[in-house]
Design a protein around this ligand. Sequence first.
Ligand SMILES: [Zn+2]
Length: 276
Amino acid sequence: MRGKGQKAWQECFLPRFSTKEIESIDKENGVVILPIGAIEQHGPHLPVYTDTLIAEGLLEATFSHLKKEDSIWLLPPLPYGKSTEHLGHPGTFSLSATTLQQVIIDLAKSVQLSGFKRLLLYNTHGGNWDLISMIAREVRIETGLMVFKMSGMDYKETLTDLYSEHELTFGIHGGDVETSVVLALEEDWVDMNRAPSYAYQRFEEDSITIDIKGGPSVAWISDDISSCGTSGDASLGNKDKGLETINRLSKKTAQAFIKISTFEMNYLKGEHRIHI
Ligand SMILES: [Zn+2]
């Protein structure tokens, strides 16, 4: 797993501690992070490990901005996600929605039974998103935990000078962004000679979309939207953009983690402002 050589990662990787040490962690503040990725086809040029690799890489960079006192505790990523929309493409290894749902619920119960109060589901695969949104609420109901969710691509608005607006909106799979980030993390795992510059114009022309921009949308699988398995212009990817992407997203992500670690639910009702 990436990040092993790093001080902050070593201090915050939760399974490296003994049960006694974990028992003695002050749980009042702090958050446990469960990263969720995927192993699935990412076009002819990227490794099928792309989404989980991106989770590892972004988190490794994020932890370089954190310290032990921030109480951000990292679990190993779930490498498999719900990738059923890519099944049939060799190298796609998917869980079903019900299996992933149950795995997340089981682990969340373990987080609660270990004494923690907050759980963050950190997702780097778009196909997991609907399920995670639903499960996050179920976990809240079943365990009483404060449950948060975020995507590795939150804060993509900080990348507008690196990628086109088109790419940031429609380049959802194996395009410029993911190709650049994987080049930055594992250059040898990418075959740029095969990187497709697949067009995605239909998404913006039509009034029925693929659920990116709101409005009526159609349920789709990978083969419905692309003949080469990608969406976005992968040929534009390069390592420098990827490094800068990781740099910017990780700084924002670290700030978000710190905020989450002291969040309390009564904040939502504004009770901290009410004097009865
Ligand atoms: Zn991906």
